[in-house]
Design a protein around this ligand. Sequence first.
Ligand SMILES: CC(C)(COP(=O)(O)OP(=O)(O)OC[C@H]1O[C@@H](n2cnc3c(N)ncnc32)[C@H](O)[C@@H]1OP(=O)(O)O)[C@@H](O)C(=O)NCCC(=O)NCCS
Ligand SMILES: CC(=O)OP(=O)(O)O
Length: 325
Amino acid sequence: MFEFLIKKLKAHPRKIVFTEGTDPRILEASARLLSGTFLTPVLVGNADEITKAAEEAGFNIRGAEIMDPAIFPDMDKMVALMVELRKGKMTEEQCRKSLSQANYFGTMLVKMGYADALLGGATYSTADTVRPALQIIKTKPGSKIVSSCFIMVRPSATGENEVLAMADCAINIKPTEDELVEIAVETARTAKVFGIDPKVAFLSYSTLGSGKGEDVDKMRNACEKAKAAMPDVPVDGEFQFDAAVSPVVAKTKHITSSVGGHANTFIFPDINAGNIGYKICQRMGNFDAYGPILQGLNAPINDLSRGCNALEVYSMAIITAGLVD
Ligand SMILES: CC(C)(COP(=O)(O)OP(=O)(O)OC[C@H]1O[C@@H](n2cnc3c(N)ncnc32)[C@H](O)[C@@H]1OP(=O)(O)O)[C@@H](O)C(=O)NCCC(=O)NCCS
Ligand SMILES: CC(=O)OP(=O)(O)O
């Protein structure tokens, strides 16, 4: 599934920071990465503890770099840079304290060029993984917000994978109309990277006015703006999920566009719907969930679900570093 990214990495090998250096899933994924030569793990933590955890779990991590904030020789330089980047929002003392933690330290390793990418969140919550990136790395030029999407993959009977994109399931709690437009544009772009020809549905509890309410209006208005923002991509809504994916239901609910019944890129109204929706798909629909893949951030940093397994860590590491420009 991600061979195209491995090929890219083989041409330009990278280093990726893992903020949870002693987690067995991270160690297993690192061992697997080290058996290739395209992505070097940089494990954050105490070297003795990491080595012991790897030995106990039976994983060979020879070749991985280990970076321990407690003995990092350039810590003063790192603190000074973080104080400058936080522009009066954090004191030197607050920055030094933050940098003793793997999430902030790892993010600064990327900022300072010690590594190319970062993957965290095996035990850190999404908020604690993403906040340092929002504060230090910031949005890339042209983006107003950082958002996220999941690439959902399920093998089909034909042997071809069924691949969907879902957003925003992890970052923006209650996106505004304009934020939903930005999320849709970024998600259509991400979908294309993963071989999806996007058909974007704005989801709701209403299909084309069948239900009333502020949230329906928000999705309908955002959908109209998204159509204007990406005229070359099929976009439609507001749709209920069944009308978005079932051609029969789409016909019954009088949808005439090519998106109805055939959507593969889903924009949820808020994080409640998005997070619950992708997890239902993953746990009851047998989809593998890759993400949350952050969009609009000025460096390749990604989060994991704490429910992830080692294979998902391995794949997300390749996705994260493979998306380096
Ligand atoms: C992402 C999240 C952690 C940010 O929350 P927060 O840290 O409380 O946010 P704050 O408002 O204090 O902002 C912190 C910084 O991030 C920036 N920021 C916050 N959300 C942002 C976004 N979506 N895009 C870009 N920047 C953002 C703020 O501008 C601020 O920058 P500054 O400190 O330089 O001024 C929060 O939106 C969140 O908790 N989201 C849900 C995460 C979650 O639980 N997901 C479910 C499981 S995946
Ligand atoms: C993405 C997500 O839901 O993360 P977690 O399961 O860690 O909360």
